[in-house]
Design a protein around this ligand. Structure first.
Ligand code: FAD
Length: 479
């Protein structure tokens, strides 16, 4: 790698691959590196759900939509917290990105488009994904990248980690890389694009950026925030870490491993009306369990001690209710009570409370009040509507669940040309960023906006490669 490149892209994931493809199509000499031994990044994990207004897919379904309405939905759902300029860029260019994917073979799942799925619904059906989630997106992009590699425009270097940014008089001139065997080299480039993802796999950086809320994540282990730290080391502005909202709710497979969170519980009343109650460490209910807004339930859980809750029920509910976990079979789940560190079983509520470490007197009172609400058919405390049966048939059961995340909220600030900003909000020459390295909160605020991470990462990568990156020399043919 003893050569100079027009464009260096750090991270061959969701944002980095389109950056390389489009810059390559424009004739740039691109170096695309990844610390992992395969391309794709978080697309191997992601559900791949995307929102875009005015797509060919919507037109096929007779849906009339407009980016202005998409933006209005994002402002409404985020309570005005989306970045007004960057969200507009992501939304105004979303349909072109989505059409690029479908033109190149992405087949939207047959149940799509939908208005909402797991997060707050949009006002119209603009939300879609491929059958294999993020992998469906990668399968579309891979051949396009291979073509550029074949043409010699893109050099792909796997198991190559960026360790720092190289600067001369405040201008970024390249990167230092480390190969798997530990050898280091310096590579020079006219543009450096940080597409190195988030930091939900880095407990230390998480604690620094979001000290109030503990990390429990399910994500790509390479989401270590190395791009953020490298840019910060040369004076880049990093913010948004405090804008964390947990997902509702997962389980820590290993109580002492923050990266062992798993989802799978069907807590959304749209898919399964709850038969259980949710209590906090004090043994008290804290939310209407069947509240139709997932955002409402997520914010309620976020404010509980240790961002944790206990799902309380009994053997009668376990046997009669629809199964509560989409990822494990009913028979398997039954065996977990008493064996899994987060599944508890006891003959009395007091004993259950002791095993869970929650207040026994409060739990008994909470269940008594709840059973009275079931008897009366009215939950005066929270207005819950799903009251199928009381909790009164031992053994009593509990699952400890936590607010968890698949994304990191904070990251690098950029301007409308996707240039990384310093602490004085001035662009750092030759340094660009796209994807989760910007922080999820920049385009979503303190909420979850359906499909506003994966497709914006692709869009920002596409725009960088197509028109925002500039380089000197005859190879910039398409300009
Ligand atoms: C389980 C899960 C479900 C999700 N579902 C959705 C969804 O349905 N819709 C949605 O919009 N979003 C979703 N997301 C989020 C979305 O998928 C990600 O935010 C997005 O894919 C991130 O793209 P990226 O390009 O920023 O990072 P990535 O795709 O993670 O790419 C970053 C790449 O950089 C590499 N890298 C990191 N550090 C270095 C280094 N120092 N040197 C070289 N390479 C490095 C990594 O190995 C990786 O390949 C989900 C995320 C997860 C985990």
């Amino acid at each position: 790698m003893n050569e100079d490149f027009d464009v260096i892209v750090v991270g061959a994931g969701t944002a980095g691959i389109p950056t390389a493809i489009f810059a390559g199509q424009r004739g740039a000499r691109v170096l695309l590196i990844d610390a992992d031994n395969r391309i794709g990044g978080t697309m191997h994990w992601s559900s791949g759900q995307m929102t875009a207004a005015g797509t060919k897919m919507q037109k096929k379904h007779g849906i009339v939509d407009h980016p202005d309405w998409h933006y209005a939905d994002c402002v409404r759902i985020s309570k005005g917290e989306v970045h007004p300029v960057l969200a507009r860029i992501a939304i105004d260019n979303a349909a072109d990105s989505f059409d690029w994917l479908t033109d190149n073979g992405l087949v939207p799942a047959k149940e799509t488009p939908v208005a909402g799925w797991g997060h707050e619904p949009h006002r119209t059906r603009r939300y879609a994904w491929g059958e294999n989630g993020g992998v469906s997106v990668l399968e579309v992009m891979q051949p396009l990248l291979d073509k550029e590699i074949g043409r010699g425009t893109v050099t792909l270097s796997l198991e190559t980690k960026m360790t720092r940014l190289l600067t001369e008089k405040g201008t970024v001139v390249g990167i230092e890389v480390e190969a798997r065997d530990g050898t280091k080299a310096e590579v020079r480039g006219q543009n450096v694009v940080l597409a190195s993802g988030g930091y939900a796999a880095n407990a230390k950086l998480w604690a620094e950026m979001c000290p109030k809320y503990p990390l429990r994540s399910y994500c790509n282990p390479y989401s270590r925030g190395e791009g953020i730290m490298a840019a910060r080391a040369i004076g880049a502005r990093v913010d948004g870490g405090d804008k964390f909202l947990c997902s509702f709710a997962g389980i820590l497979q290993n109580p002492s491993d923050p990266l062992s969170a798993r989802g799978g519980f069907i807590f959304n009343p749209y898919f399964r009306r709850p038969w259980e109650i949710f209590v906090n460490k004090a043994g008290k209910r804290f939310v209407r369990e069947d509240h139709p807004s997932v955002d409402h339930r997520e914010h309620a859980l976020l404010e509980q001690e240790n961002v944790e809750m206990f799902v309380i029920f009994d053997e009668g509910i376990r046997q009669n209710s629809p199964h509560f976990n989409s990822e494990i079979a009913r028979e398997h789940a039954a065996k977990l009570f008493g064996t899994h560190p987060q599944y508890f079983k006891a003959d009395s509520l007091a004993e259950l409370a002791a095993k869970c470490g929650i207040n026994a007197k409060n739990l008994e009172a909470t269940v008594r009040d709840y059973n009275a609400a079931v008897e009366a058919g009215v939950d005066k405390q929270f207005g819950r509507e799903s009251l199928p049966r009381p909790i009164d048939t031992g053994p009593y059961l509990a699952i400890r669940a936590v607010g968890f995340t698949v994304l990191s909220p904070g990251g690098l600030d950029i301007d409308a040309d996707l240039r990384v900003l310093d602490n004085n909000r001035k662009p750092i020459p030759n340094l660009y960023a796209a994807g989760e390295v910007l922080g999820k909160a920049r385009l979503s605020g303190k909420t979850y906006l359906s499909g506003m991470s994966l497709l914006p990462a692709i869009t920002f990568g596409r725009l960088l490669g197509q028109r925002m990156l500039k380089w000197q020399g005859a190879r910039q043919a398409a300009e």
